[in-house]
Design a protein around this ligand. Sequence first.
Ligand code: FDA
Length: 393
Amino acid sequence: MTTHTTYDTIILGAGAAGLMCAFTAGQRGRRVLLLDHAEAIGKKILISGGGRCNFTNLHTAADCYISANPHFAKSALGRYTAQDFLALVEAHGIAWHEKTLGQLFCDGSAKQIVALLQDECDKGGVEIALGEAIRDVDHADGQYRVSFGDRTARAPSLVIATGGPSIPQMGATGFAYDLARRFGLKVVEPRPALVPLTLGGDETLFRSLSGVAAEVVAKAGKTKFREAALFTHKGLSGPAILQVSSYWRHSEPVGIDFLPDLKPGWLVGVKHARPRVSLASVLSNHLPGRLAETLADRLGIEGELGAATDKAVDAAARQLADWRFSPNGTEGFAKAEVTAGGISTAELSSQTMEARKVPGLYAIGEAVDVTGWLGGYNFQWAWASGWAAGQVV
Ligand code: FDA
C-alpha cells in the first residue's frame, strides 16, 4: 500500500476503539492512518475474557457505566448497539455463546475478533503503522502533525484511542491523559477499576481462605452486585468484588451478604428447630466448609447454637448478611481490568466525541471517563464510541 504523509484522520492506538473508528472512517472513504507503539493490533482483545473475548453484553445500557456524567454514554451506546456488533460477528461467521448475564463470548478464540477488525480495516483501506513510538504531536493551521519513527504524518483530525494505564506490562500508558492535558482538556483522576481489593490488619486472617469462593451480594456505597466472591492471598477478588471495586473509595467498607437467599430471623429459627447443632455446621450447608468455619469462629458463637441467646444468634445472622470488610487498597493498575476516570466527558461532544474547544481532536474508548461493569460492557463502549467518531472524522 502507498504510504501517504497526509490523511483525513490519524488515530492513535490500535485497540478496540481505535480499530473500530479506523474501519468505520475508512469504509466511508476517508484516508486513515492508525498508529500503535505495540508490534501487533488489539493486544488487550487477545487476552480478554480468558482468551475468548467477552465482546459485548446484551443488557448494555448507560446505567452500566460509571462516569462523572452518567448521561454521556447514552447517545453513542444508543446508536451502535450490542446487536450491531453481534451482527458483525455473525457476518464474519464467528461462533459465539451467551455465558451468563447477557455476556457474549467467542466459542473459539479472541483471535477471531482481532481478525474481524483487521479484515474490516483492510476493506476500508486503513493504513496501520505498528511498533514505532509517537515522538511528537502538534497542531497548527488546522492540521495535526504526528511524528513517529522517522516519519511525520498530517491530518485535520486526530483521535486519541490509546486507552488507560491498566496492565502497563502490556504497553498500556497514560499517554491519552498527557496529550489531552496538553490540548487543555480536563482529566478526571484515573484510578484502577475492576480490580482485586487488599485486606490488612485484623482481616489478614481471611487470607488463609485463599482459593475459596462463594456466591454473595457485595456492596460498595449503594451499589450491589450478586456474583461470586473469591478470597485470595492478598484479599478479595472474583466478579462480585471486581464489580464493586469500581465504586469503592479508600477508607469505605465493602459489605458482603454471605447468605443472600436467607431471610432475617432464619438463624433463630434454626436454633429453635435444631438447638444441638453448631453454627459452623449450619453455615456449611450454605457455604464452603473452610469459609463456614472461619465465619463461625469470628462470630464467637461456640458449641451448640441452643446455648446462645436469641439476641446473639440474631446479631450473628445480621452480621452474615452485611459483613463489613475494610480493604486497605487495591492491587493497582497492574491488576486492574480497566481504568476509571480519564478525559472528562464535559470536554467532549457525546454525539461525535470531538473536543468542544479543540476542533478536530477526538477521544474514544477507555481513555474517556466512561467505565463499564465487568461483562463485555467495556468493549461495547469502545465499539460504540469508536463508531460515533468514525462517522465524522
Ligand atoms: P486498548 O487498551 O484496547 O487500546 C489502546 C491501544 O493504544 C493499545 O493497542 C496500546 O498499545 C496503544 N497505546 C497505548 N499507549 C500508547 C502510546 N503512548 N503510543 C502508541 N500507542 C499506544 N472488556 C470487555 O468488555 N470484555 C472482556 O472480556 C474484557 N476482558 C479484559 C481482560 C483483561 C485482562 C483486561 C486488562 C481488560 C479486559 N477488558 C474487557 C477491558 C477491555 O480490554 C478494554 O476496556 C478495552 O480494550 C479498551 O479499548 P481501547 O481501545 O480504549 O484501549
